[in-house]
Design a protein around this ligand. Structure first.
Ligand code: 5GP
Length: 203
């Protein structure tokens, strides 16, 4: 499933679209950052993931995620429908292989917001992917953000904090690391990374 500003014709010179993969522990401000850059770059596609996690308040099916049943997800694993997939916080998450291949073939650049396990799979499959890890300023700030967000129960927050520590240990496998201590600065840094890697292809 892919969100873009309309259909794009196949790119000049038949160039494949570029994949930008961002990961972060939950609470690092990744969703805000992602929305900010997508609003500024209307021709950048966003890969809408499939998940078996129940929707949170305000989340829309087909917009934030495609919400599906575990049986359907598992059928997708058997039929190799996922470009990558992982179990995160007890639920399945995956990226549609078909949607990704179609976007790339159309020369469309795509942003993926996936966990570290998924990022590793995408990099194996598409080694030229540009990877970006978003760090919270500290674990204390992360915990505070998760608690004030109020979308998760205390036990779920503990799981997310444990996973956050594990994910942050993986940050050096990423090409770029952004510390999100000031939102505007983090947006600028992310925009610079996206723009420089996109325009580099025009030369
Ligand atoms: P949340 O449930 O908070 O929306 O997402 C939990 C985690 O799952 C986040 O780290 C998010 O990046 C990751 N995630 C979302 N979609 C995908 C996906 O398609 N594949 C993988 N591997 N991780 C995903």
């Amino acid at each position: 499933m892919m969100a873009t500003a309309g259909g794009f014709p196949r790119a000049a010179f038949g160039r494949n679209g570029r994949l930008f993969v961002m990961s972060a522990p939950s609470g690092a401000g990744k969703t805000t950052l992602r929305q900010a850059v997508l609003a500024r770059l209307p021709d950048l596609g966003y890969s809408i993931s499939f998940t078996t996690r129940p929707p949170r308040a305000g989340e829309r099916n087909g917009h934030d995620y495609v919400f599906i049943a575990a049986e359907e997800f598992e059928a997708g694993i058997r039929e190799e429908r996922w470009a990558e997939w992982a179990r995160v916080h007890g639920h399945y998450y995956g990226t549609s292989a078909q949607a990704l291949e179609e976007a790339r073939a159309a020369g469309r650049d795509v942003l993926l917001d996936i966990d570290v396990q998924g990022a590793q799979q995408i990099c194996r499959r598409f080694p030229e992917s540009v990877t970006i890890f978003i760090m919270p300023p500290s674990l204390e700030v992360l915990e505070q953000r998760l608690r004030t967000r109020g979308t998760d129960r205390p036990e779920a927050i503990e799981v997310r904090l444990r996973n956050a520590r594990r994910e942050m240990d993986q940050r050096h496998g990423y090409r770029h690391i952004i510390v999100n201590d000031d939102l505007d600065t983090a947006i600028d840094t992310l925009m610079t990374i996206l723009n420089s890697n996109r325009s580099a292809r025009e030369n």
